[in-house]
Ligand binder design. Structure first.
Ligand SMILES: [Fe+2]
Length: 392
């Protein structure tokens, strides 16, 4: 039985279009969101695939102008990159942003757009619901320039979320920024964008989507709206993730469905998997999806042992995968560990360069991460230390 909560909030203002041959309509569609002079944000790898040229042609085809292209987003973007991107967009006389890339590119475009619109530094945007508002900060949040996203991985879901996570290189932490204006106005999902995605990246980003769907479903900040999305995301992931990773280029249907599944899975109501993965990324450069894949089974086992209400939430998830054993925590964890191994991903932190001596700093990072507060089981330093040790 689903209880009626004292409070929940659900917002999804992003217009999503999904289908085939959509890149050529980029300008036609983005014009409807107020864009005229579009600043394209991407990375060198994506640019080398020719995808950006096709998007640029699509922008011009709709009668819009490409004001400039910023292709200097690294795999793990940071505050200084966002600031350089914002300055380049200003210099180019842009009035809108279009991100073509994975999570790092999309999050960079979001934060760059906020800096472009409001000025100041990227780190000033940090926090949940702290962006500038009317009425001395109490009223309507101030809009930022129109932003459209063309995701080139199926995982992060940033194209329909109000969150951005970027590194602060000085403090060695991942800054989390979330507020309504960061919802992109438009997301374009076209399986052509993931046609040449390497299998290890398809696997890792796919596991990020799995993690969003599961953490969102069990989070203390769950909502019935997100539940519906999470469960459908998991069904689509169950049916398409392995196909998309193993058959890649030959399986347009699986790639298209994974783009939609990632879209459905995303929420800012996450939990301890993300709390553990953010410091692993900030301190040891572990790719986000890989870190989630490593931590997810351990957190599930820990959380599910925290009471029957939590275990029941995991049972709903187990039903999707036909995992119905009475001890749902270990059973679901074992199922996912096998899936992760089949996808060819690492399953231990020691395989991805995390030493045992790094655990105290990781624990500190996880305790300070905002998502810790949303985990269904209350977490302490000892809990995190034990989980990191188990994942080592
Ligand atoms: Fe994530």
């Amino acid at each position: 039985m689903t209880p009626f909560k004292d409070f929940c909030q659900y917002t999804e203002p992003t217009r999503v279009i999904a289908g085939r041959d959509l890149l050529e309509s980029t300008g036609f569609e983005f014009q409807k969101e107020g864009a005229r002079r579009v600043f394209v944000v991407t990375d060198e790898v994506i640019r080398a695939t020719g995808l950006v040229e096709r998007v640029e042609a699509g922008i011009a085809d709709g009668g819009l102008e490409v004001a400039g292209v910023f292709d200097q987003v690294p795999q793990d973007s940071s505050t200084d990159v966002c600031e350089r991107c914002a300055a380049a967009a200003k210099e180019a006389g842009a009035d809108s942003f279009l991100a073509v890339g994975g999570g790092s590119v999309m999050d960079t475009a979001k934060v760059a757009d906020a800096v472009f619109t409001h000025g100041g530094g990227a780190a000033e945007q940090e926090g949940f619901f702290l962006m500038p508002r009317e009425d001395d900060g109490m009223g309507k949040p101030l809009d930022i320039a129109p932003l459209a996203c063309v995701p080139t991985t199926a995982g992060t879901g940033s194209e329909v979320s109000m969150a951005a996570v970027i590194k602060d290189p000085e403090r060695k932490v991942k800054l989390e920024i979330a507020d309504f204006p960061l919802f992109p106005r438009l997301a374009i999902l076209d399986p052509e964008t993931t046609r040449t995605l390497p299998a290890p990246i398809a696997a890792a980003t796919g596991m990020d989507a799995v993690t969003h769907a599961i953490e969102g479903y069990v989070s203390t900040d769950w909502s019935p709206h997100q539940d519906a999305r999470s469960l459908q995301a998991l069904r689509m992931i169950r049916d398409n993730l392995e196909r998309a990773v193993q058959r890649g280029e030959q399986d347009e249907e699986a790639r298209g469905n994974m783009l939609i599944a990632a879209n459905l899975a995303i929420t800012i109501a996450l939990g301890s998997v993300h709390a553990m993965s953010h410091p692993a990324g900030a301190q040891f450069g572990v790719p986000h999806g890989v870190a989630n894949a490593i931590h997810l089974p351990h957190v599930i086992e820990h959380n599910a042992a925290g009471g029957s209400e939590i275990a029941d939430r995991y049972r709903d998830i187990g039903d999707v995968f036909d995992v119905g054993e009475p001890e749902i925590g270990p059973a679901l964890a074992a199922y996912l560990t096998e899936l992760i191994a089949r996808l060819g991903l690492p399953t231990r932190l020691s395989e991805v360069g995390v030493p045992e001596s790094g655990i105290p700093a990781l624990v500190e990072g996880a305790m300070g991460d905002g998502t810790t507060l949303l985990n269904p089981r209350e977490m302490g330093e000892e809990d995190y230390a034990a989980l990191y040790r188990r994942a080592l």
